[in-house]
Design a protein around this ligand. Structure first.
Ligand code: GLA
Length: 451
């Protein structure tokens, strides 16, 4: 009896402690506007040291770039730092809805995140609740993981892979080759002070791919083998880069063949942006057809899907998907978000609007409901379209976990953005509700089917 009483009081104590813990939201973090100052400093510091832009050829225009630029490593630092400060010891998760349950086995649902994000318990919990597959935002990119010919930086990617293994999640290896000069280190581009020869470049690509795929092949189920090789404008099929100058299309062929030889079971992806727009779509189809003819094993097209509010891309996407279906190439939506502070003007008119835009931060105090509504409708239209192609679409991944962590708060200028389904406190937004319901009602058996 005594023992029973003792047990009872212990249970009461534990119960009281958990209740108190649930009530205590933990240390308060700075609000958005307070944090903006700190972020701005991080970004300004990074900008001053940097010469590489995160997206030098913008999808929209591809005119020459100017202005201070962040490279992705610096962007990641700027992103991760505030992301850590933003840790909110939120109330225990009470919302049991889950994107992955709504999706079922129709396709994989994923998210691209920095490796630091995985160390934050609240972020990790949200990831586990909703997603099946993770893309490392930056740490596996060639410049991060392979900074010199004989030097490798595996630490962050190892941590990323370990998190995925521990949580039984898949990984998208992103990316093995990024076909842009400003995404490529000098050691890769040069040989004895001269532009690198075709043979050396192809050999370096092979070594890089064999090493990365060999190390992470157990946990990576899909590889972004090639990122952004197509020219945005003009007649050339491929963008001008050390890769196309030295080898024509052969670097792509070598990259895919090497990846397949090392990892025969993984889905191999060609990843790019804006290829649903007519001019680039024609190039995409031409590229994929040529690669096929040359025996390059491309399984899927990665449609990045960095959309802007108000774009009506549905008819063009439908046309692209139809053409890919004919080619028997699958589709992954690899980096989905919808920018509400649209960025097209940044590149327009030779950059003459940049000074004005750099001060443009219209939603710093919150998002008006009509803008939010427009974004919801755009998300729903996109997901309805994706659901029309269940045989084609194998994955949909968001780019970043919640609004506070999105790259679109920093690129191409600092502004408070709201591109995702979770808000800055990691709470599902109305856009989440709408996407979740769209996914649920598209399930065989409709919304009533058991999750
Ligand atoms: C491209 C790349 C991604 C990321 C985004 C911007 O889409 O594929 O890795 O750098 O730009 O964050």
């Amino acid at each position: 009896m005594n023992c029973f009483r003792c047990l009872k009081s212990m249970l009461l104590l534990v119960g009281f402690a958990s209740f108190a813990f649930a009530l205590d939201p933990g240390p308060k973090l700075p609000g958005v506007s307070e944090m903006k100052g700190e972020r701005a400093v991080a970004i300004a510091n990074a900008s001053r040291q940097s010469t590489a832009n995160d997206r030098p050829d913008d999808p929209l225009t591809a005119v020459g770039q100017c202005s201070p630029r962040l490279n992705f490593v610096q962007l990641a630092q700027a992103q991760n730092e505030p992301a850590q400060r933003q840790t909110i010891q939120s109330n225990p998760v009470t919302d049991r809805r889950s994107l992955k349950e709504a999706v079922g086995d129709r396709f994989k649902i994923g998210v691209g995140v920095g490796h630091q994000v995985l160390k934050q318990p609240d972020d990790a919990a949200l990831i586990r609740q909703h997603f099946q597959i993770l893309t490392p935002e930056n740490c596996m990119k060639p410049q991060s993981i392979h900074p010199k010919e004989d030097q490798w930086n595996f630490e962050a990617s190892d941590q990323f892979a370990e998190f995925a293994r521990d949580n039984k999640l898949d990984v998208v290896g992103h990316c093995l080759v990024w076909a842009k000069d400003d995404r490529t280190d000098e050691w890769m581009k040069q040989e004895n002070g001269q532009p690198v020869s075709r043979e050396t470049l192809l050999r370096r690509i092979e070594t890089h791919i064999e090493t990365v795929v060999g190390r992470y092949g157990d946990v990576v189920t899909m590889w972004d083998v090639l990122n952004e090789a197509l020219a945005d404008t003009g007649d050339n099929l491929l963008r001008d880069s050390v890769y196309s100058r030295a080898t024509g299309i052969d670097f792509i062929v070598t990259a895919f063949k090497t990846a397949r030889a090392k990892d025969p079971d993984a889905l191999l992806i060609y990843n790019d942006y804006n290829d649903h727009k007519p001019e680039k779509r024609e190039k995409l189809i031409r590229l994929l057809t040529e690669l096929r003819e040359k025996g390059a094993p491309v399984d899927a097209y990665g449609m990045q899907g960095h959309f802007e509010l108000g774009e009506n891309e549905i008819p063009q996407l439908r046309k692209t998907f139809d053409e890919l279906r004919k080619l028997k190439i699958k589709v992954v939506v690899s980096e989905l978000d919808i920018d509400v502070v649209t960025r097209g003007r940044w590149w327009a008119d030779n950059g003459s609007h940049r000074e004005e835009l750099a001060k443009y931060d219209p939603y710093k105090d919150g998002l008006p409901s009509e803008i939010q509504q427009k974004q919801i409708e755009q998300y729903v239209q996109l997901f309805k379209l994706f659901e029309e192609y269940p045989d084609l679409i194998v994955r949909i991944s968001f780019w970043n976990l919640h609004d506070g962590q999105s790259w679109l708060n920093y690129f191409p200028w600092n502004r408070v953005n709201y591109p995702l389904l979770f808000d800055r406190e990691r709470k599902p937004k109305p856009a989440f509700d709408a996407v979740y319901e769209t996914l649920r009602s598209a399930r065989p058996g409709g919304a009533k089917a058991a999750p």
